[in-house]
Design a protein around this ligand. Structure first.
Ligand code: KG4
Ligand code: ZN
Length: 335
């Protein structure tokens, strides 16, 4: 069983993982810079890359120690090479390449989206055909997946990503960064039917999304009604969350029907959302479909999902040259 080290630094998490085979976790370490960036109300690329530079060597050493392996014991070293913040990606990718050059181990350049995409099937040697939705702070995508390496983009957001909408609305509500989890928490005691926020593009006929109108609707609502009272805040959060959930699930299930898939997956940070999860499970049950989510710890950014994607690349005989460039922008054709 091959043993891999993976490094993830595409945004504000510095992470390293050691994976044996497809599912034996030897180490899974994450240092989140969220607290550092919360002061600025969002991720500052320069600050992220400087912190990656400090944390990456420590977290890699720690992961190797925890796994009880040395570089010479590894079969390959992987890093996220895109999409993400250029200055942040460079740190993890350059570190992995340096380790590969020094040790003679093969390098694997892994797409961050593929990491999220495969994470609901962590441990699987074979990825089943399914309809996938990746909902994170940077992306909102629906894809048809035939198996590992065979992905077809069906729809994507035309403006804000779902997580970005959560974070921007949380900011409008004075809830800090990243705000998705806080909106989720407050929604538990809120009434999702109290305010009727727009479900952008729900009837557009395609599988694309738009969340900027929803964000604007919340802003206008707050301008009209003033700072929400503690009693209204949970209802606003729950009503906003219901609008996002309705649009996401309507398109996910539509995509599954169109492609005659019986298996669905939801991944990325927003797939941690409790309302999205419970409604998705309920709808899948109603239609007799199987739905998969990433295991705990693989929802938001981490290196284990990168190691898992890398394990599939390695098993397929795919490695990459050490001069592979980073690709900060999302390009569906390179997925
Ligand atoms: O996948 P991820 O860690 O990073 C990207 O690749 O972008 O996703 C982070 C996003 C943030 O926007 C965060 O607010 C959102 O996931 N998020 C949530 C929840 N937990 C994290 N959104 C809604 N509900 C949650 N429970
Ligand atoms: Zn991510």
């Amino acid at each position: 069983m091959p043993t891999l080290l993976a490094i993830e630094t595409s945004c504000d998490e510095t992470a390293a993982a050691v994976l044996q085979g497809f599912g034996e976790v030897l180490a899974h370490e994450i240092f989140s810079q969220a607290e550092i960036h919360s002061e600025f109300g969002g991720v500052v690329p320069e600050v992220a890359s400087r912190n990656h530079l400090v944390s990456a060597p420590e977290i890699i050493d720690f992961a190797l120690q925890k796994a009880g392996v040395q570089i010479r014991d590894l079969d390959a070293i992987a890093a996220t090479t895109g999409p993400g913040l250029a200055s942040a990606l460079l740190v993890g990718a350059a570190t992995a390449k340096g380790l590969c050059i020094g040790s003679g181990k093969p390098f694997l350049a892994i797409n961050h989206i593929e990491g999220h995409l495969l994470s609901p099937f962590f441990g699987y040697e074979k990825i089943p055909p399914h309809t996938a939705m990746v909902v994170s702070g940077g992306h909102t995508l629906v894809l048809d997946v035939e198996g590992f390496g065979s992905y077809r983009l069906l729809g994507r957001t035309l403006d804000d990503a779902a997580g970005e909408a959560f974070d921007k609305v949380a900011k409008l509500l004075g809830l800090g960064y990243p705000g998705g989890i806080e909106i989720d928490r407050l929604s538990h005691s809120g009434n999702p039917a109290r305010f009727d926020f727009p479900r952008g593009m729900i009837d557009s006929g395609d599988l694309d999304f738009s969340f900027s109108g929803l964000k604007t609707a919340v802003r206008i609502f707050l301008e009209k009604n003033g700072t929400p009272t503690a009693a209204d805040l949970p209802d606003i959060c729950a009503s906003f969350q219901a609008a996002v959930t309705d649009v996401l699930l309507s398109k996910l299930f539509k995509a599954a029907r169109q492609n005659k898939r019986r298996i669905l997956s939801l991944s990325g940070g927003v797939s941690a959302n409790s309302s999205l999860r419970s409604r998705a499970i309920q709808l899948a049950g109603d239609e007799g479909l199987e739905i998969h989510f990433p295991p705990p710890g693989l929802l938001t950014d981490n290196a284990l999902m990168i190691a898992f994607a890398a394990a599939h690349h390695l098993a397929a005989g795919q490695t990459d040259p050490v001069d592979t460039e980073i690709t900060p922008n999302f390009n569906p054709s390179t997925l």
